[in-house]
Design a protein around this ligand. Structure first.
Ligand code: MYA
Length: 252
């Protein structure tokens, strides 16, 4: 029978220069150092599973094999589900891996290395500018050989969110606008850049801007985007998240 991981308190997000690269944190260390290997090893393993499943997802999106091979692989894939659900969480409980390291989002769909649907975009924040890098495979195809516009929007939302968070506290997107100037090529290293214009900052709100380019041609804009991010009040956070709102939003 599936074991549910019980609710544990959320921890504050903290700004880290590299979001999708995991290093040992104090929170993962037992006083005698004994928890170190276990927590680190589990994070590494989650990342390995994410990588393996990404390979599978890309192979599935690009395959041209016959029906029998597709069906056999589908059966094998279903067999993989059981062991993973022997211990699982509900949507109201944060992943224990994230609990172990403030700021980590192991399963974020844009940047979480443990999430097979994430490219994953690697995020760095320096001097208020958030930079994301990734290469998108066939699983993200919209127009033939180019990226689906919704995928660009997801990546842009994430990178805008990091630029907003660099101003103080993370927020939620209340508005997102994209101008798709040129198609975004698949299988090509991409660069996303986001920043917050000073005149767009109020107490609870920023209006960050972002671009997508290829790594090779950083001056040739493929996508331009802007967003509005709002830090929820404690009351709003309680309404949205219930009894256990993330502490970053629960301060009155
Ligand atoms: C290492 C750690 C780092 C962490 C990094 C983390 C990065 C994470 C990146 C994740 C990225 C992914 C992130 C995601 O995916 S977030 C998921 C998608 N977003 C949502 O689900 C949000 C849904 N919206 C709401 O719940 C409400 O709108 C909330 C509660 C947020 C605000 O409630 P409400 O709507 O009632 O607003 P307010 O009355 O309090 O007003 C507040 C301020 O906002 C201004 N306003 C409101 N709406 C708009 C609008 N449409 N255009 C322009 N301005 C607007 C308003 O004028 C006021 O401004 P000011 O007068 O105060 O100046």
């Amino acid at each position: 029978m599936a074991r549910r991981v019980t609710a544990a308190h959320h921890r504050n997000d903290q700004e880290t220069p590299v979001i999708s690269e995991y290093r040992q944190s104090d929170a993962e260390r037992e006083p005698d150092g004994s928890g170190e290997d276990h927590a680190q090893d589990r994070a590494r393993a989650a990342r390995e599973l994410g990588d393996a499943l990404r390979e599978l997802v890309q192979a599935a999106a690009g395959t041209e094999v016959d029906a029998a091979t597709l069906r056999k692989t589908a059966d094998q894939a279903r067999d993989l589900v059981g062991p993973l659900t022997e211990a699982s969480r509900t949507r109201h409980v944060p992943p224990t891996l994230d609990e172990a390291k403030p700021g980590r989002r192991m399963y974020n769909p844009a940047s979480g290395p443990g999430n097979p649907i994430a490219p994953p975009m690697r995020v760095r924040v320096a001097d208020g500018v958030a930079t994301g890098t990734c290469t998108l495979g066939l699983a993200y195809e919209g127009p033939h050989s180019y990226t689906h516009g919704g995928i660009s929007a997801m990546l842009v939302d994430q990178i805008l969110g990091h630029a907003h968070a660099a101003q103080g506290r993370p927020g939620m997107t209340v508005s997102l606008s994209l101008r798709y100037r040129r198609p975004v090529p698949l299988e090509t290293p991409l660069r996303l850049t986001a920043w917050v214009p000073e005149d767009s900052i109020t107490d609870r709100r920023t209006g960050p801007k972002a671009t997508i380019t290829t790594e090779d041609e950083p001056d040739r804009l493929l996508v331009e985007a802007s967003g509005i991010f709002v830090i929820p009040t404690a009351e709003q956070a309680e309404r949205i998240f219930g009894d256990n709102p993330p502490p970053r939003w629960s301060e009155k």
